[in-house]
Ligand binder design. Sequence first.
Ligand SMILES: *Cc1c(COP(=O)(O)O)cnc(C)c1O
Length: 494
Amino acid sequence: MNILYNSTRGSNKAVSASEAIIRGIAEDGGLFVPEKIPTLKYSLDALMKMDYQELAYSIMSHFLTDFTEQELRACVNSAYDQKFDTPLIAPVKQSGETYFLELYHGPTLAFKDMALTVLPYLLKTAAKKLAIDKEIVILTATSGDTGKAALEGFADVEGTKIVVYFPEYGVSQIQKQQMVTQEGKNTHVIGIEGNFDDAQNGVKRMFTDSELLSTLDKKGLMFSSANSINIGRLIPQVVYYFHAYFEVCRKENKAPGDAINFTVPTGNFGNILAGYYAKNMGLPIKTLICASNENKVLYDFIQTGIYDRKRDFVITMSPSMDILISSNLERLLYAISGDDASVVDKLMKELTGAGQYTIDDKMKKELAQFYGGYAKEEETAGAIKKVYEESSYLIDTHTAVAYSVYEQYKKATGDNTSTVIVSTASPYKFTTDVMKSLDPKYNTLGDFELIHKMAALTDGVIPAAIKDLESRPRLHKTICKTSDMQLELEKFLK
Ligand SMILES: *Cc1c(COP(=O)(O)O)cnc(C)c1O
């Protein structure tokens, strides 16, 4: 079946998967969504026999229907290779009664690698299919992890340039050092004096600024996005929900069929939305547990049906979830409104204008498929300590938010269904916060000093991606005001 992509706000005509990937965002400011979520064309038993690459091809082929088998297999095989430090790509570890899906074995140690290792190939293939002769400028806002993963994926990819905006004072030392030391002639990294929402809003504005777009066009350039607003980010993420499900079946010596839960540490709602797509394709998922940090706008939304971004932005130790405008939620609103773009358009206008919106009772009922919880900072720290003390297993701050919310969920519901905690980053990316959660004595040491101390607590293996990171020279030094984001872009493109 051929799947086309609609804008969540409705005024675009449906486009092919290739076109949706190239454009990143629809012209009306909406996000591209498949006109219907495809149902599985293989049995779970058949899918369970596949390795990660084969599974990735099989799942993604449901969505990217205008890619040939050869094209899509080439993309997948180029992405999921020795860049990952384990042939399993996304191993599932069992600690006590809980499963952890480790999505951080790629080149930048966070789950963004799961999609951003393949996106450059999808984008290049799509450009070729559409006979696009323009140079593609990837514009990316990051709360820390997307930036590095995108830079790594696109560095020196012919026919592309990549520009990353990050909150100068809102990422970990290691995240920042990873980005500002990025090599590659086509890369540009800019720190902004603002938070992630400011970066994301700035990028979204440039994407739909018709004057800027026509200037670019004249120069032979066009924008695309590596953020999770790009459907090419979302689709590869559906794969690991299947993979994790089958890993749990294998560990429990069960044939596929019984439903399990996933707990997902959430910011922009991209990761958990991929789980929702997997469920709608036919993967047996009981509850999707949406875990927030103290920026608990999603928790409040799930409780009340009111989305309200008018609140103070909190800087937490899970910075990749410090988000108040959760952009992929727009795709969920589209789904739970019964694919009604006029509803989404109205809600999004209210969000931009009044800073809040309320969904109706019918949508609220659909939303109840999600359980929402949030972790306070001390609960996040407590979760890191508890898991380590119980099983010598170290989790990062984002994963700890999920673990803490899962504990709350179990207490509140008594549900004992097997549950996978989606582990989104390596603890080595957030050494200071992880180590001081274990013992306040580490408080005085920096991220880099703590790398070796962390290794001593675990298996002693420091991931290659950060081994010599501290001594690499800073290659990107630009810091700008939020209002100067476009100016900096124009300087780079000149
Ligand atoms: C990006 C990120 C998240 C949040 O993912 P969303 O798709 O934005 O919900 C959580 N944890 C880590 C480590 C991340 O990098």
